[in-house]
Write a protein that binds this ligand. Structure first.
Ligand SMILES: Nc1ncnc2c1ncn2[C@@H]1O[C@H](COP(=O)(O)OP(=O)(O)O)[C@@H](O)[C@H]1O
Ligand SMILES: [Mg+2]
Length: 444
């Protein structure tokens, strides 16, 4: 971010000083520019409005750490851990503080703990520094990480999902679409080549939360026994702010080295968000970088399936939708009655149950997302626990239990449609959101 953009942000904050996310952006940008004093000021100001916000405290603690204010960093990190004992980033700060005090053993232990809690805090440079220092201090033997292990750590966020399409209820046409667009080209490259069909590009899934976008992406990898790399909104923003060790290019490279691989961008709107000018500025830089990688002109993306998911497609930069990019935009709608039945069956599989009327229950759950259905089942199982414990044996969940739970957990997708409807009606360029209108049974 340059100083103009920072000024723009400050200007925006003048009009809405209590906009905490905006102020956080400013603080993070200042941090990225190593203007720690200024960053500290903004973090403190944001915390005035949101005193319990641990992510702000974390930003403040990191700012203190970089600025050499070690005791202040210590105090804030401990405060975070008081509220959230397993906050890996805060533990990481304590590790670095210990490192600076030459307490290598403590630094190493804290670091290991943090990485175990959250593999994304893994940092190769820091690992090397720690090992070097341990070696210097003569107790390295048990700690030196050999190359193999190091590789493992580097790829610790690559997984091989065990779920496949069969574990995802409903969505038959979407599964087919994904198979056509991304799975077949990977499995049968020579056929596609023979017909001169271009491969590449990605599929963007959008729709209300909890309807299985993330799950489906993971299942896509499982379906073809591919690796799966998932990148979230925060990580991507970190890349932009520059506080992340990784960048988009490394990420794509990682996928290229692990083909076949599903590279999944979750909540991809963060990249192209146009909610505020500020986000736009953040987006521009990343978008170009992203499109560069995705176009596969400079680098080959053979064997990489690119999937994205978002709840808010309207924030996505139009540049993403050109051919060769996310050129299939797929609406993941709430499950219909049959799909709900299937999700019920999948969720209740291997659970102690008795006389379940799947069809009847599915009928009662109109507009329920897959996550809602799962929540209903969780509630009905929990309700059965006390009795089971008291009697010392498993009391099965009944149809009535689930009906009760349905009454206690309402559908969460309606709110999303209230927003989506406006976009579909008033900013539906080239019929992008026709699927939403169709779902809502609104005629154009
Ligand atoms: N179609 C589905 N079949 C089975 N489970 C589902 C389905 N949709 C959602 N779920 C359940 O809800 C959870 C949340 O879904 P998720 O994929 O995270 O939704 P989204 O990414 O669309 O917000 C999943 O982990 C799964 O347990
Ligand atoms: Mg998701």
């Amino acid at each position: 971010m340059n100083s103009n953009q920072i000024d723009g942000l400050r200007e925006a904050l003048k009009h809405s000083p209590d906009n905490v996310p905006l102020r956080k952006m400013l603080a993070e940008a200042l941090f990225g520019l190593t203007q720690y004093e200024e960053a500290e000021k903004e973090y403190r100001e944001a915390l005035r409005f949101a005193p319990a916000d641990n992510s702000l405290k974390l930003g403040l603690a990191e700012t203190f750490l970089r600025a050499g204010k070690t005791s202040a960093a210590q105090v804030v990190a401990e405060e975070i851990l008081d509220a959230e004992a397993n906050n890996a980033a805060a533990i990481m700060i304590l590790s670095k503080l210990a490192f600076e005090k030459d307490d290598v053993k403590a630094a190493k232990d804290l670091y290991d703990k943090a990485v175990k809690l959250d593999s994304t805090v893994e940092n190769v440079n820091y690992t090397n520094d720690l090992n070097q220092k341990l070696k210097d201090s003569g107790m390295a033997m048990s700690y030196i990480i050999d190359e193999q292990l190091n590789d493992l750590l580097l790829s610790s966020d690559i997984e091989k999902p065990k779920i496949s399409f069969a574990d995802v209820g409903g969505m038959e046409s979407i599964k087919e679409e994904i198979a056509l667009k991304v799975i077949h080209p990977i499995k049968n490259p020579e056929i596609y080549k023979a017909f001169g069909k271009k491969t590449g590009g990605g599929v963007l899934l959008y729709g209300p939360p909890g309807c299985g976008k993330t799950m489906l992406a993971r299942a896509t990898a499982g379906e073809i026994n591919a690796h799966f790399i998932s990148v979230g909104i925060n990580e991507v923003l970190d890349m932009w702010i520059g506080s992340s060790e990784r960048n988009l290019h490394d990420l794509f490279d990682q996928a290229r080295m692990n083909t076949p691989c599903v590279l999944f961008f979750d909540e991809v709107d963060a990249l192209g968000a146009s909610r505020t000018d500020m986000r736009k500025a953040a987006g521009r830089f990343l978008i170009n970088q992203f499109l560069d990688e995705m176009d596969g002109v400079k680098y080959s993306n053979d064997g990489i399936l690119i999937l994205g998911a978002t709840n808010c497609p309207w924030y996505l930069d139009a540049a993403f939708r050109r051919p060769g990019r996310f050129d299939r935009i797929v609406f993941v709608e709430p499950p219909d009655k049959l799909a709900r039945e299937e999700i019920l069956k999948l969720t209740l599989k291997d659970k102690p149950i008795e006389n379940i009327d799947y069809s009847g229950l599915a009928k009662l759950m109109e507009d329920y997302s897959g996550a809602d259905i799962k929540a209903v089942i969780d509630i009905s199982i929990e309700a059965k626990l006390p009795e089971s414990i008291k009697l010392g044996r498993v009391i099965p969940v009944t149809n009535a239990d689930i009906k009760n739970a349905i009454n206690r957990h309402k559908a969460t997708t309606r709110e999303w449609f209230a927003t989506a409807k406006n976009y579909a009606l008033y900013s539906n360029e080239s019929g992008l959101y026709d699927d939403i209108l169709r779902y809502l049974k609104i005629k154009k």
